[in-house]
Design a protein around this ligand. Structure first.
Ligand SMILES: *Cc1c(COP(=O)(O)O)cnc(C)c1O
Length: 405
């Protein structure tokens, strides 16, 4: 999964270019920066690599989502449909623009169930935000159709699916806007960073200003810029952008290794007929950061997790159902409306409902799912050893189950 595993000379060289001039900021200082514009260069590389017309770098994936939502006009009182299985940043961003996160079931794609999305639509729905979790994609045709019919905004949280594709197009470039995160554990990293991609010039111009205090960036004198709207500081630094610039040049290398390792591990795991896999709307487009697999029941899955733990080989295998970051069952701070400051009545009223709501369809998927993260560093021998140990642990649990019946 993570590009940081292959940190090396290219990253050091790009960072060093910035250290030589000492101009750590992405705007201004035209003379002293001696032609070094890492953020601009990375935005250009993102457009070329992913086929997006525009790209706006930000300080994080979370601020990229916030920026995209604001630029798309999502704000107070608007409902944003998002999945019950995602990283907490997805709802943080929605809340940060004053909008209301509406949590909706996932299906065995581990992403938004389009039927559940339809059932959650109200007159306040403004945006559908699929999250392409664990390297693979939501059913974008189905979601796009709902958006087209209802005149809704489609915002892709592609933070975990850098380099994945859907029917030949790169994930993150298919909706009205899409985001990547370049935090430390993502497919390519800046250390910290993110990007909004869009093909809409107006949305891009808004992102550009929003991430830099509303500056219009039209003149040559930063101090004389006009401020057509209120913005914030979600800028990336030149040092972070420099790391990303080295990493994006290696993306194809990372993806090829992921695919190879993913394929080898899947071949070993497939010796167990009881193991099944997530559905992938376009199997060609899986970025293969994780291998996500299912066992027949929650009980068996929990027993396998315990067995892996007992053998000291759980690391790298994620049981999201019990993990306190990624699945709704553990988002108590959200459900208990624990904020440091006052929130609108509309938001608090809606969030309070979540403590009473249940998600049996999501539970039925997530309670049986384990995702194994794919390392870029594994040797063929290590994959075989890991795979064989996984298979042995699963077989042991399955044999116990049969014996107990
Ligand atoms: C990592 C991530 C984010 C946020 O990215 P940060 O750069 O860590 O702020 C948003 N959504 C998903 C699905 C993520 O995995």
């Amino acid at each position: 999964m993570p590009g940081f595993e292959l940190w090396g000379a290219d990253e050091r060289k790009e960072v060093n270019d910035v250290l030589e001039t000492g101009i750590l900021m992405r705007y201004g200082f035209d003379g002293p920066r001696k032609g070094i514009w890492k953020a601009k260069e990375l935005e250009q590389a993102i457009c070329t690599t992913f086929g997006s017309t525009y790209a706006q770098l930000t300080s994080s994936g979370t601020s990229a989502l916030t920026t995209a939502l604001a630029a798309l006009g999502i704000g107070a009182g608007d409902e944003v449909i998002m999945p019950t299985f995602t990283f907490v940043a997805s709802f943080e961003a929605v809340l940060s623009v004053g909008a209301i996160p509406v949590l909706v079931d996932v299906d065995d794609t581990l992403t938004l169930n389009p039927e559940a999305v339809k059932a959650a639509l109200t007159h306040k729905t403004k945006c559908i935000m699929p999250v392409h979790m664990c390297g693979s994609m939501a059913d974008l045709d189905a979601l796009k159709q709902i958006c087209d019919e209802r005149d809704l905004v489609l915002l892709e949280d592609a933070c975990q699916a850098i380099g994945g594709t859907y029917k030949g197009k790169k994930l993150g470039t298919i909706g009205h806007a899409g985001t990547f995160s370049f935090d430390f554990v993502k497919t390519i990293t800046c250390g910290e960073g993110g990007v909004v991609m869009t093909n809409d010039e107006e949305v891009y111009t808004k992102c550009d200003g929003y991430t830099d205090h509303g500056h219009d960036h039209l003149g040559v004198d930063r101090g004389a810029d006009l401020h057509p709207f209120v913005g914030y500081n979600y800028r990336i630094s030149e040092l972070h952008a420099a790391v990303g610039l080295a990493q994006i040049k290696r993306l194809n290398e990372f993806l090829a290794i992921q695919k190879k390792n993913h394929g080898q591990l899947k071949a070993i795991l497939s010796q167990v007929p009881e193991v099944t896999y997530r559905s992938i709307p376009d199997p060609q487009g899986d970025s293969c950061t994780f291998l996500s697999w299912f066992l027949p029941t929650e009980e068996i899955t929990k027993a396998v997790v315990e067995e892996l733990k007992a053998q000291g080989i759980l690391a790298g295998n994620f049981y999201w159902y019990n993990n306190n970051w990624h699945y709704i069952s553990k988002w108590d701070h959200l459900k208990n409306v624990q904020f440091l400051n006052g929130q609108s009545k509309e938001i608090t009223d809606r969030l309070k409902l979540y403590s009473e709501e249940t998600y049996p369809e999501s539970d039925a998927i997530m309670s049986r799912c384990i995702s194994t993260s794919i390392s870029l560093l594994w040797t063929d021998e290590q994959i075989k050893e890991k795979g064989d140990k996984l298979v042995a642990a699963i077989r042991k649990v399955l044999a116990n189950q049969t014996a107990n019946v």
